[in-house]
Ligand binder design. Structure first.
Ligand SMILES: Nc1ncnc2c1ncn2[C@@H]1O[C@H](COP(=O)(O)OP(=O)(O)OP(=O)(O)O)[C@@H](O)[C@H]1O
Ligand SMILES: [Mg+2]
Length: 241
């Protein structure tokens, strides 16, 4: 059974694109408090576009996005982050020329109280001890997996209640993929709700409780993660894994 916790994010009839290219053709999706929900689909299906629309990086052309009851369409990305929803983009975007610590501190720029910033930095260091060890090193010199941890750590500096993760396992060695998934699970246990975009469908469906499958800008399927994972024809037809 799907969680009966309150709904924190609702997409209704969401349409978005790039100039004349329409990438999303009316997406309906729901995330409830405390869930890990995964959004799956092949290359070009519209996963990143969906996350960008939610976090205010692109402006939808139709539909509605409600976060904790408030309409997000028309709000600035920085205001959305302040409301408690943070997007960790595809490709990590660690800033070259800034130390690991400065990259993390940049994530906390929206937080006025220095004591809260300090507490969140400690929390990030406790989740990712390697970041504390390397705090004075240039962030761009970290390995791919460490940069992924830095990107998640930076997002945590905002104190999100909902975290949008775009392919956190991309480009990582299998061992680091498992480590990243373990950390996502741990974060979820601390009360952070997660919308996880992944190409690694089998792993994502193990971690998530509910899943949606996107195909060329439309939701083709949705259901409990265990049910989606158990149906081999679904996994093969839509997810190629
Ligand atoms: N900046 C852009 N300008 C024009 N078209 C774009 C842009 N970004 C994405 N698209 C197009 O929008 C559609 C959806 O792309 P999107 O990046 O959302 O896919 P995705 O599911 O995240 O794919 P991937 O798994 O490869 O990351 C694709 O057809 C893509 O070519
Ligand atoms: Mg993408």
């Amino acid at each position: 059974m799907r969680s009966e916790a309150p709904v924190v994010l609702t997409l209704t009839g969401l349409e978005a694109g790039y100039g004349r290219i329409r990438a999303l053709h009316g997406i309906d999706l729901e995330v409830r408090a405390g869930e890990v929900v995964t959004l799956l689909g092949a290359n070009g299906a519209g996963k990143t576009t969906t996350l960008k629309a939610i976090s205010g990086l692109i402006r939808p052309t139709a539909g509605s996005i409600k976060f904790e009851g408030q309409e997000l369409i028309g709000k600035k990305a920085s205001d959305i982050a302040r409301m408690g929803m943070v997007h960790v983009p595809e490709g990590r975007h660690v800033l070259r020329g800034l130390s690991v610590r400065e990259n993390l501190e940049l994530g906390g720029f929206t937080v006025a109280d220095p004591a809260v910033r300090r507490q969140r930095l400690e929390h990030a260091f406790s989740l990712f001890p390697i970041l504390e060890e390397r705090q004075h090193q240039d962030g761009s010199l970290l390995s791919g997996g460490e940069q992924q941890m830095l990107a998640i750590g930076r997002a945590l500096m905002h104190g999100p209640r909902l975290l949008l993760l775009d392919e956190p396992s991309m480009g990582l060695a299998p061992k680091l993929v498992l480590e990243t998934f373990r950390i996502i699970k741990e974060l979820n246990k601390t009360g952070v709700t997660i919308l996880l975009v992944e190409q690694n469908a089998r792993l994502a469906l193990k971690l998530a409780s509910f899943g949606y499958v996107l195909e060329t800008g439309r939701i083709r399927l949705s259901g409990e993660a265990a049910a989606l994972a158990a149906d081999n024809s679904i996994v093969e037809a839509y997810l190629g894994a």
